[in-house]
Ligand binder design. Structure first.
Ligand SMILES: Cc1cc2nc3c(=O)[nH]c(=O)nc-3n(C[C@H](O)[C@H](O)[C@H](O)COP(=O)(O)OP(=O)(O)OC[C@H]3O[C@@H](n4cnc5c(N)ncnc54)[C@H](O)[C@@H]3O)c2cc1C
Length: 435
């Protein structure tokens, strides 16, 4: 197939792969990028929010021609009860700035655009090609790949594994372990189409303004998980994801949970009359800091979801993917510029640079969170949301009950559900995991 040798081969054309391939090609390295999908983004399921700061660090003027949907001016957090939600909402006109901070995007379109930039930068991008094997020399150094197109091996000084969370190449080659069911969430997502003016009316928006709603509580039936609603220009991305281990234990089906989320009285009016044009399911790495595998070795680095670089607490993934791809590329470029070989010890520069970035700093901050949320999922995702919603109902309902009695009722509902010790314990554990 391709018999020349490359400076780098990038496996995958998602956010991390495109960031890595673009950055290396822009610096003059000879890059081959292989993507199994028909085109970059064709396999992607993300919501999706694009974080401008991380994109700017790769393509500073991306706003000029990137396919962006809406810039976000409002975020709602909903704690869901059966027929209610208690919300926290932040909306600011300051987000209507010249260079907005966050956008909704449709990944299939955005990735295609990003890929065109990778090509323009000089990389050779080959789609509809699955890498089937990493080629290692007698000492275990990765020296290239084999693909489903046959034609033997393709060689490179370094291989960037940007194959996403389900990527099997790294695990098959023994470079990382298969993520545990407690470390990955299964998310399902639909695209609901409706006229632009209907979206703007329902979400109180004008022009290209957008809203994000993140919802947790009874919708996940006590499993560790969340729902989301993102406004695009002419459609709404709506989805829900829970840990795979919780799906296994509960026997719940993701599709039924999504249906229930859509029927919730707080959600149904937002999507009423819409036409569903797309349904997709995908895994999200949610193991956090403790699940990060070895990030580099002789002749290889791993980036993005394949490296479990996903901040489940802040629902950030693509920005960590982009940043790790860019940093890996910069590290490779530095090693190459010094004419040093792509050994593990030289490529450890990637980890050092990543450790110094927000990627590892943020994941480290929440290192105990995934375990806490998993073990305490019944409390955090069912009991407390039910109690908070009941307390709000009690607080707002005017029925002649003296307020003091109402307060006592609310306190009693919390202590009988969790006991004082349980309540203080949960608050303490949460505060400790959050710090
Ligand atoms: C429902 C959902 C909603 C999300 N919402 C958000 C959000 O709003 N904001 C956010 O920041 N993140 C979000 N994420 C997470 C985000 O999508 C990921 O973190 C991001 O896509 C990771 O990028 P990546 O390049 O590492 O992997 P991917 O985007 O998964 O790309 C991997 C690529 O590698 C290709 N590939 C795999 N194996 C091979 C092979 N053997 N040969 C060739 N090609 C291969 C795949 O086809 C794919 O194109 C969401 C995820 C999901 C599932």
């Amino acid at each position: 197939m391709i018999d020349e040798k490359f400076d780098a081969i990038v496996i995958g054309a998602g956010m991390s792969g495109n960031a890595a391939a673009y950055t290396m090609a822009k610096r003059g390295l000879k890059v081959l990028q292989l993507e199994r999908g028909e085109y970059s983004g064709s396999k992607n399921v993300q919501g999706a929010i694009l974080y401008a700061d991380m994109m700017e660090k790769i393509i500073p003027d991306f706003r000029e021609d990137a396919p962006l949907e809406r810039h976000l001016i409002e975020q709602r957090f909903w704690m869901m009860g059966e027929n209610s939600h208690t919300g926290l909402q932040y909306r600011s006109d300051d987000f209507n700035e010249e260079k907005p901070n966050r956008y909704t995007i449709i990944r299939a379109q955005f990735d295609k655009w990003f890929s065109s930039k990778v090509r323009e930068a000089g990389a050779l991008v080959v789609c509809e090609t699955t890498v089937t094997e990493l080629v290692q020399d007698a000492y275990g150094k990765v020296i290239g790949v084999k693909t489903d197109r046959g034609g033997g091996q393709i060689h490179a000084d370094v291989v960037v594994l940007a194959e996403g969370v389900t990527g099997l190449l790294g695990t098959r080659a023994g470079l990382r372990k298969i993520p545990k069911p407690t470390e990955v969430a299964l998310a399902v997502k639909e695209m609901h189409f409706m006229p632009q003016e209907v979206i703007e009316q329902r979400f109180n928006l004008k022009g290209n303004e957008g809203v994000v709603i993140e919802a947790a509580g009874t919708i996940s039936k006590g499993m560790t998980g969340m729902g989301f609603i993102y406004t695009n220009r002419e459609c709404i991305s709506l989805g829900l994801g829970c840990l795979v281990s919780d799906f296994q234990a509960s026997g719940e089906s993701p599709y039924q949970l999504l249906e229930k989320f859509k029927r919730h009285p707080s959600v149904a009016p937002l999507i009423e009359g819409s036409e569903v044009k797309e349904y997709a399911a995908h895994l999200i790495p949610e193991g956090g800091f403790k699940a990060i595998p070895q990030l580099f070795g002789d002749g290889w680095v791993v980036v993005g979801d394949a490296a479990q670089l996903n901040n489940a607490i802040h629902r950030e993934g693509s920005n960590l993917a982009m940043t790790s791809g860019r940093i890996a590329a910069e590290a490779i470029f530095q090693v190459k510029s010094r004419k040093d070989p792509m050994t593990a010890s030289n490529l450890s520069l990637y980890k050092k640079m990543l450790d110094d970035s927000f990627v590892i700093k943020d994941l480290k901050k929440y290192k105990d969170m995934p375990q806490l949320l998993h073990v305490q999922s019944q409390n955090f995702f069912l009991t407390y949301p039910q109690l908070v919603n009941k307390a709000m109902d009690n607080f707002l309902r005017v029925d002649g009950t003296p307020k003091k009695e109402k307060e006592k009722m609310t306190v009693k509902s919390f202590t009988s559900a969790r006991s004082w010790a349980g309540l203080f314990g949960d608050a303490f554990r949460l505060a400790r995991a959050w710090r």
